[in-house]
Design a protein around this ligand. Structure first.
Ligand code: GAR
Length: 205
């Protein structure tokens, strides 16, 4: 039998998506995956406590301790290689990644974004949707490439914007969808049900 897909999650904040993935793995909903590392650029972030509670090892670094983005990414790559990581899952990791990380993990890095890409990329995807006045926004899980939220789309789900939504109320419904969609995406990836062909992603659910 194939060994479980070894997953590293990268996060910078509260880590509710990290928690959703941890819970899904613990409950046997992603049987072919194992969470082997949390990487964070914010050693004080709440996600670190979540990882410690779940018994997931943490690599926390301060970007300002390094001369460049490439320098800290080289250290991350060394850790990932040591742990034989197969898949990188960005879950609220608020940094661009460079070729130092992208090249060795080509096609093996995914991200979750709180909008229906290509609408509202970058930071504050929920606020951008409220300010624009769209009636429907949503969640996208996509492969990561060198652009800002531009990689091939793996899964998307729509979320209706209500007339009286604030950024907080809409973000809460978007988060609830993220917590279902990301475990589903990681299940599909870990079971080898995802085929990447240029910009097209084919799924065998
Ligand atoms: C999530 O909503 C995720 O979609 C977003 O950060 C949040 C992290 O929440 N990511 C981006 O905006 C990436 N551009 P969490 O820390 O509670 O998982």
């Amino acid at each position: 039998m194939k060994r479980p897909t070894r997953v590293a999650v990268f996060a910078s904040g509260s880590g509710s998506n990290f928690q959703a993935l941890t819970d899904a793995v613990a409950e046997g909903r992603i049987p072919a995956a194992q969470l082997v590392l949390l990487v964070t650029d914010k050693p004080q972030a709440a996600v670190v406590d979540r990882a410690e509670r779940a018994g997931v090892p943490v690599f926390a670094f301060r970007p300002r301790d390094y001369a460049s983005r490439e320098a800290y990414e080289a250290e991350i790559v060394a850790r990932l290689t040591e742990l034989e990581v197969d898949l990188i899952v960005l879950a609220g990791y608020m940094r661009l990644v460079t070729s130092t990380l992208l090249t060795p993990f080509a096609g093996r890095i995914v991200n979750i974004h709180p909008s229906l890409l290509p609408s509202f990329p970058g930071v504050d995807g929920v606020r951008q949707a409220i300010e624009y006045g769209v009636k429907v926004t949503g969640v996208t899980v996509h492969f990561v490439d060198a652009g800002l939220d531009t990689g091939p789309v793996l899964l998307q789900r729509a979320v209706e914007v209500l007339d009286d939504d604030t950024e907080e109320t809409l973000a809460a419904r978007i988060h609830a969808v993220e917590h279902e969609l990301y475990p589903e995406a990681i299940r599909l990836l870990s079971e080898g049900r995802v085929e990447l062909d240029g910009r097209k992603v084919r799924l065998r659910k």
